[in-house]
Write a protein that binds this ligand. Structure first.
Ligand code: FE2
Length: 319
C-alpha cells in the first residue's frame, strides 16, 4: 500500500493512512513518511493499533531517540523503556496523580512550545501515541501552529530584523511562565541553550521560526525589547489561520516536526480524566543507523540542576 495524505490546512497538517505502522517499514515507506512530514509539518495517523514496542521501533526509522532522565535513586518508572517519555497525568501505579508538584510541572505544556528547545541538540520529530484519553468533548486536545508559513508571511522588514538573532532557551523559563516559583536569577544560573530564531528547515528548504515558551531572551538585545519580540512572534505564529487542533482517540499517533511547528496541550479536567500519552523524541540530524551511546543530555541537564519543581524532592518534603 502507499501513503495517502489528506491535508488539514492548505499548507499544514495532514491525516495520513495507507501504511501499517505496527510492521517494519521499507526504506521507500520511510521516505514517504519523511516527505509527508517535510511538506505538512504534522501528520496524524488514526487507529494505529500500536503498542509501546512498535511505537519505539517505528520511531527509530527517523533517528536517534532521546531517553528520559535516569532517576538518581533508581526508582522504577511507569513505562517500560527510557525511549518513552511519559506525558500522562498518571502516577507509577497508573492512577491520576494527586502530586501538586507533578501537576504544576505539566502546566508548562499548555503554553505554545517546541519540545526540547532548551537542549543544545534540538529535537526534530516528536511522536506521540494515545493510550487513554478524556471522553469526547472533555478537552485534552493538542494544538499545532505552522512556523514556516507564518515566517513566509512576515513583513520583509521584520525578516531583515530577526534574520541573525539568537534566542536563549531554558526549560525553567517556560515553567516560570506557567506559574512555577523560580527566580529569574536562578534561571540564569541553570543550563540554557542558544538557537537562532530563524533557520532553514533542512527537509523542505523553507525558512522557519524557532521560538516559543522556552525562549527567554534574545542574545545581545535589551531584555524587555527581546521579550516583547518573542511574545510578538509567538502571537504571530499562533494566529488561528496557522493553527489546528487534534482531538485524540485511543490508538492515534501524531508526528510533529519541532523545527517547523509549535504546539501546546489543550485544557481538560486533570483530576477527573486519565490522559495517558507516550512520546518518543527524535534528535535532529541523526541517521537511523547512528545509534549513539554514552550521550544523554536529559540526564546531564537534570543532574546539573534540579527542575524548578522537582517531583521527587517535593514528594520527599511531604508536599
Ligand atoms: Fe510538548
Amino acid at each position: 500500500m502507499s501513503l495517502i495524505c489528506e491535508p488539514i490546512l492548505p499548507n499544514f497538517g495532514a491525516v495520513c493512512s495507507g501504511l501499517d505502522l505496527t510492521q517494519p517499514l521499507s526504506p521507500e515507506e520511510v521516505t514517504q513518511v519523511t516527505d509527508a512530514m517535510d511538506r505538512y509539518g504534522v501528520t496524524v495517523w488514526r487507529n494505529t493499533g500500536m503498542n509501546d514496542e512498535q511505537h519505539v521501533e517505528f520511531s527509530r526509522n527517523f533517528g536517534y531517540l532521546e531517553r528520559v532522565p535516569k532517576r538518581p535513586d533508581g526508582q522504577k518508572m511507569r513505562l517500560s523503556c527510557r525511549e518513552l517519555f511519559d506525558a500522562s497525568n498518571l502516577n507509577l501505579e497508573g492512577e491520576i496523580t494527586r502530586d501538586p508538584a507533578a501537576i504544576e510541572y505539566r502546566k508548562g505544556d499548555r503554553l505554545w512550545h517546541t519540545d526540547s528547545a532548551f537542549l543544545e541538540k534540538r529535537t526534530s520529530y516528536s511522536i506521540l501515541l494515545a493510550h487513554e484519553v478524556p471522553p469526547p468533548g472533555a478537552g485534552g486536545e493538542t494544538w499545532f501552529a505552522d512556523a514556516r508559513t507564518a515566517y513566509d508571511d512576515l513583513p520583509q522588514e521584520t525578516k531583515d530584523r530577526i534574520e541573525d538573532l539568537v534566542g536563549v532557551n531554558s526549560l525553567w523559563w517556560s515553567r516560570k511562565q506557567a506559574g512555577a516559583d523560580v527566580a529569574e536569577e536562578e534561571i540564569y544560573e541553570r543550563p540554557m541553550a542558544r538557537h537562532r530564531i530563524v533557520h532553514t528547515h533542512a527537509g523542505s528548504g523553507r525558512k522557519s521560526l524557532f521560538i516559543a515558551a522556552h525562549t527567554m531572551d534574545i542574545e545581545g538585545m535589551d531584555k524587555a525589547e527581546g521579550r516583547q519580540l518573542i511574545a510578538d512572534l509567538i502571537a504571530h505564529v499562533t494566529q488561528p489561520k496557522y493553527t489546528f487542533s487534534h482531538n485524540w482517540q485511543v490508538g492515534d499517533l501524531v508526528i510533529w516536526d519541532n523545527l517547523a511547528t509549535m504546539h501546546r496541550g489543550g485544557d481538560y479536567d486533570y483530576n477527573a480524566h486519565k490522559r495517558d500519552m507516550r512520546r518518543t523524541t527524535v534528535r535532529e540530524g541523526t541517521e537511523p543507523h547512528l545509534m549513539e551511546t554514552g550521550d544523554d543530555p536529559y540526564t546531564a541537564l537534570f543532574a546539573r540542576s534540579p527542575r524548578s519543581v522537582d517531583i521527587n524532592a517535593a514528594r520527599d518534603a511531604g508536599r
